[in-house]
Design a protein around this ligand. Structure first.
Ligand SMILES: [Zn+2]
Ligand SMILES: [Zn+2]
Length: 149
């Protein structure tokens, strides 16, 4: 017998279960060609989506924020190329020299920095919780909550 608890109408067949069980996890991530790989130990700080043209073009719009102590490049440190920003931008952008995959800021000297969430091979359990530069959103990219004025 199925319990009725999960059979609320209107749900679109997608449920996120929070199992409430916290274990130290290790997330793996890599670029498209595999030359660069990294691990994140423990839960990242948060996930956000930036809609600015720079992040879009580099393919790093969705980012997770990690702390230095929990992040480690496990392969291909020498394959990471960095694009220094032109003022007024301050964030460096790094990518794989071989395949061009945007990585975020794996070489940042800061205590906390963004990593391209699209590079994750594992589910961090986080979902996008904030949006930046929504005014820069291109016309073909519509917010899911589609509140048109
Ligand atoms: Zn690569
Ligand atoms: Zn951005």
């Amino acid at each position: 017998m199925l319990t009725e608890r999960c059979q609320q109408g209107g749900a679109r067949g997608r449920q996120q279960s929070h199992k409430g069980k916290i274990t130290t996890m290790e997330l793996k991530g890599s670029c498209v060609c595999g030359a660069v790989a990294f691990t994140i130990t423990g839960t990242p700080g948060g996930m956000g989506q930036c809609h600015c043209a720079r992040c879009r073009k580099l393919g790093t719009s969705t980012m997770i924020f990690v702390k230095r102590a929990q992040f480690r490049v496990t392969r291909g440190l020498d394959e990471i190329a960095t694009l220094d920003p032109e003022a007024p931008f301050t964030y460096r952008r790094s990518f794989c020299r071989k395949c061009g995959t945007g990585l975020g800021e794996p070489l940042s000297p800061d205590e906390s920095f963004p990593i391209n969430a699209q590079c994750l091979d594992d589910d961090p359990g986080l979902r996008v919780s904030f949006h930046e530069f929504t005014d820069a959103r291109p016309p073909w990219e519509q917010p899911e909550e589609a509140a048109s004025g």
